[in-house]
Design a protein around this ligand. Structure first.
Ligand SMILES: NC(=O)c1ccc[n+]([C@@H]2O[C@H](COP(=O)([O-])OP(=O)(O)OC[C@H]3O[C@@H](n4cnc5c(N)ncnc54)[C@H](O)[C@@H]3O)[C@@H](O)[C@H]2O)c1
Length: 315
């Protein structure tokens, strides 16, 4: 398979590239990444000799088309996105640029290359939040996003589903819960807790810390993407990826402090994020029905994550 991985120098994309090359060493892998603040090209160092890397923007139809033509690309896996909710609240425009116009540009490319499959990575945040006790969201549920980030992702998903119907392009969408693991940008929740705790600084927790997230270890997420990438007969569909590891933010922070040997007195409540979603949960029974399941428990995954950040901080 010849693959184009967009956003492959970011958190999830870099894991996907490393994993794919380890498992399918004969494949051609091209990475296109704008190298925003969230990227770290060093994550790809172990496979530098094995990939072709392009610094660029998915909005550039000419560049993406040229890559597809030159490497006879069979599938695009799109991780490229602006992803931080707090940044989207402060300045939504870059989110509209990449998550909406960038998506439309990839659609334009797929119209030119109808055999190329587009596997697009989306998020549970497109459904907005759930109350306690409410059933987990299913792929056909209405999209009611709360933040500019989530709204831009929902718009991208809808454009893609419309393009499947109108132009007959080949696409699949995955929506996953909160990922965690090595390589995540330092401003996200788990890296922030670890970084501040290691430095002995206050660990900020929005409001009461009772908001819940459903956690997915990044290796499991990449495994699910690979699984869906290589299956036949699922074009045009949306799949949920989750590990059913719902935890309150405060509990996650306390577990991290315990793993780091740091006191809970570091925890400091800060004013809530505007529009803060209470809870997310996805029903991933369709994917599990095809034979996929997560392999890493939350406790194992969190330990691996802490070890990676501690090792990195000690360099
Ligand atoms: N991290 C999570 O918990 C999570 C949860 C649900 C869904 N997702 C989705 O998974 C995907 C990957 O998320 P992530 O956490 O790895 O993100 P990230 O922010 O760590 O990485 C995004 C990557 O995309 C690149 N990029 C941004 N704009 C680009 C553009 N216009 N052209 C080319 N490259 C561009 C960045 O340089 C970066 O390398 C995103 O679509 C995100 O919405 C992530």
């Amino acid at each position: 398979m010849n693959l184009l991985v967009t956003g492959g120098a970011g958190f999830i994309g870099s894991h996907f590239v490393l994993r794919h090359i380890a498992q399918r060493p004969d494949d051609t892998v091209v990475v296109l990444d704008k190298l925003t603040y969230a990227a770290d090209k060093e994550f790809l160092d172990p496979v530098n000799e094995r990939i072709r890397f392009y610094k660029g923007d998915i909005i550039d139809v000419q560049v993406v088309s040229e890559i597809i033509r030159r490497y006879d690309i069979d599938a695009i896996v799109n991780f490229a996105a602006e992803t931080h909710v707090d940044r989207s609240i402060a300045d939504p425009i870059p989110f509209l640029h990449t998550n909406i116009l960038g998506m439309q540009s990839l659609i334009e490319v797929c119209k030119l290359f109808p055999k190329t499959l587009l596997l697009h990575i989306s998020t549970d945040e497109v459904y907005g939040d759930l109350e306690d006790g409410e059933r987990a969201r299913k792929p056909d549920d209405p999209l009611t996003p709360s933040s500019p980030y989530a709204a831009s992702k929902a718009a991208g998903d809808l454009l893609l589903l419309a393009a499947v119907r109108t132009y007959g392009i080949r696409a699949r969408i995955t929506r996953c819960t909160n990922n965690y693991g090595p390589h995540q940008a330092s401003e996200k929740f788990i890296p922030t807790v670890i970084r501040n705790a290691l430095a002995g600084k206050p660990v900020p927790i929005y409001a009461t810390g009772k908001n819940k997230r459903d956690w997915l270890f990044v290796y499991d997420h990449c495994d699910a993407i690979e699984f869906l990438l290589t299956r036949d007969d699922i074009d045009g569909r949306v799949f949920h990826v989750s590990a059913d590891a719902e935890r309150e933010n405060m509990d996650v922070a306390k577990t991290l402090l315990r793993l780091l040997g740091k006191p809970e007195t570091l925890l400091q409540s800060v004013p809530d994020r505007p529009g803060h979603d209470w809870r997310y949960a996805l029903d991933s029974s369709e994917l599990r029905g095809l034979g996929w399941k997560p392999a890493v428990t939350f406790e194992e995954g969190l330990k691996k994550t802490v070890d990676w950040y501690v090792e990195r901080a000690g360099r």
